[in-house]
Every structure is written in C-alpha cells, then in structure tokens.
Ligand binder design. Structure first.
Ligand SMILES: Nc1ncnc2c1ncn2[C@@H]1O[C@H](COP(=O)(O)OP(=O)(O)O)[C@@H](O)[C@H]1O
Ligand SMILES: N[C@@H](CCC(=O)OP(=O)(O)O)C(=O)O
Length: 266
C-alpha cells in the first residue's frame, strides 16, 4: 500500500516549545499553530507529535528542575499535558481549527487490533479536518521516560512510528537546530550542515551527539533512529529548525530546508 501524498507528520521538541527559563514559548506555539493551520487549508492532512508535557508541568508545579523520580516525572507530565493542550486549543482556535489529543504507549503498537483501531481513529479525525496532537502517555508508561531498551525511545521515535502507521508522505522533525551537522555545533562551532542523506549508516550515526539543552532529551541519535525507521518505509524525513516553522511551506512542496533523509523506494 502506498503513502498518502498529502499527509504530513510534524514532530516538535521540548526545546522549541519552552524558553530558557523552562516556561512555555507562546510565540513558538502560535507560529506553529498558524503554519499548520495554513497548510491544512492548502489541502494537506496534518498530524502533530508534540513533546513538552514534562517540562511545562515541571514549570507549572514550580519545581526548580526536571524531577528525577519516576512518579514525580509522571505527575509533571500529567499536569503539563493539560497545559500544552490548552495552549494548542487556544492558538489553533484562533485559526479556526479543531484539534484532538492522542496519547500512546508502546504496547498500543504491539497488537494488530489496537493498531487498526488507532489507524481508524487517525483517519476519521483527518477526514473531518481535525488536527490530531500526539504524545506518549507518560503518566501510565515508563518506556519513554526511563528505559534504555524501548520501542519509542522518545518522541522522535514515536513520530516515526506514527508516520509509518498513518502512511504519511513526509515526517518533519522540528528541533532547536537547523538539521544534522557533521559534528555537534555546540561543541564544534565550524561544523557544517548536511543537506541530504541517502543512507543512514554507522558513519552517519558517529556524527550525532546527545541532547543540546537541559530540556531536550534525545539529541541527534534518536532523530537518526526515527529517520531510519521512516525512510525504510519510503517516508521522506526532514530535520529542521522549529524556530522557523514557515520552512514547512517549502518542505510540503518538496523544497530544501535543514537535512533531508530520502525515503527509500521499495
Ligand atoms: N551532529 C549533530 N548535528 C546537529 N545537532 C547535534 C549533533 N549532535 C548532537 N546535536 C545536538 O542535538 C540537539 C537537538 O536535540 P534535542 O536537544 O533532543 O532537541 P529536541 O528537543 O528538539 O528534540 C542539538 O541542539 C545539538 O546540540
Ligand atoms: N513525552 C515527553 C517528551 C520526551 C521527549 O522526547 O522530548 P523531546 O526530546 O523534547 O522531543 C514530554 O511530553 O515531556
């Protein structure tokens, strides 16, 4: 079965949605909602995978830093998830859009029946021009928050799983950096942006370091794993900067922005 040519999954990371103080970056929420709404008006089907629950919850609970215990992280996620959905609802509403929340666990992907139900839900929402907003169900699951041996890994991986499930043409990962460089630019200021990658092999993995901020979690490694999963199913995957979501206008037309990992034609 082929891909839906007009279907796009966009993943946005914590570092784009929060500022240095750990508070919600309202302008980022607003610009993202505006561009995604506009793209939907142009006839595209849009699914958003959004991180940020733990960071926003941590801030709302006046905790000085991201909690270390599992139960407090899960509590922070429960609080923060409400806050981020409130913000999305508010901003998308300004652009006359309806959103829906889908919270997932790795187990939801393991049974065929559950997968089918989930696909039906996504398709039903998209048919009604609703924008599904997905996050891992952090309060009942610990795979993403803690475990090393995990299916989703983090929301980068979750976004690839969703793109595959929904047979999207493109997956766009919005990060706090312009794309994949030949070294971590925070440690190597002369690092160069790589615009296109055909094959994700060990050499490419060796370029990728960990998270760049206290708020981000996966760094480039998890983004490469996500790109590997999606491109293997023919899905073009793009890593680009979430501070300029307007680049999505170019991306949907097949234009260049950030790093493109070319989907493999099977
Ligand atoms: N080769 C690389 N190219 C670009 N960024 C890299 C590289 N290696 C490590 N990084 C780091 O990955 C970070 C992005 O991942 P992360 O902090 O998890 O953000 P997000 O919240 O967007 O997922 C960048 O800010 C950067 O410091
Ligand atoms: N589910 C977590 C997201 C964890 C995560 O993957 O974060 P990020 O590296 O910023 O995409 C949350 O909402 O806080």
């Amino acid at each position: 079965m082929g891909l839906y040519q007009n279907r796009i999954v966009v993943k946005v990371g914590t570092s784009t949605l929060t500022n240095e103080m750990g508070k919600s970056d309202l302008r980022s929420f607003d610009r993202l909602a505006c561009v995604l709404s506009d793209i939907q008006n142009m006839g595209y089907e849009v699914i958003l995978v959004s991180s940020g629950a733990i960071a926003v919850g941590t801030n709302k609970l006046n905790m000085k830093e991201r909690p270390s215990s599992m139960r407090m992280k899960q509590a922070a996620a429960a609080v923060g998830q409400c806050s981020i959905m409130y913000l999305y609802d508010k901003f998308f509403n300004d652009y006359d859009k309806t959103i829906a929340q889908i919270l997932l666990n790795a187990e939801d992907m393991e049974q065929e029946e559950k997968k089918e139900n989930l696909t039906n839900t996504f398709n039903a929402l998209l048919e009604m021009n609703i924008i599904p907003i997905v996050n891992e169900n952090d309060s009942v699951s610990y795979t993403e928050i803690e475990s090393e041996d995990r299916l989703f890994g983090d929301n980068d991986m979750l976004s690839a799983v969703v793109a595959v499930l929904c047979r999207a043409k493109r997956l766009v990962i919005l990060s706090d950096i312009n794309g994949l460089y030949d070294a971590d630019p925070r440690l190597h200021p002369n690092a160069k942006l790589i615009s296109r990658i055909e094959q994700i092999d060990e050499t490419i993995y060796s370029l990728a370091g960990g998270a760049g901020s206290r708020r981000g979690t996966g760094g480039m490694k998890t983004k490469l794993r996500a790109a590997q999963l999606a491109t293997a199913q023919g899905i073009d995957t793009i890593i680009t900067n979430g501070k300029a979501p307007e680049s999505l206008y170019e991306i949907i037309k097949g234009g260049q922005s950030g790093t493109l990992f070319a989907g493999k034609i099977s």
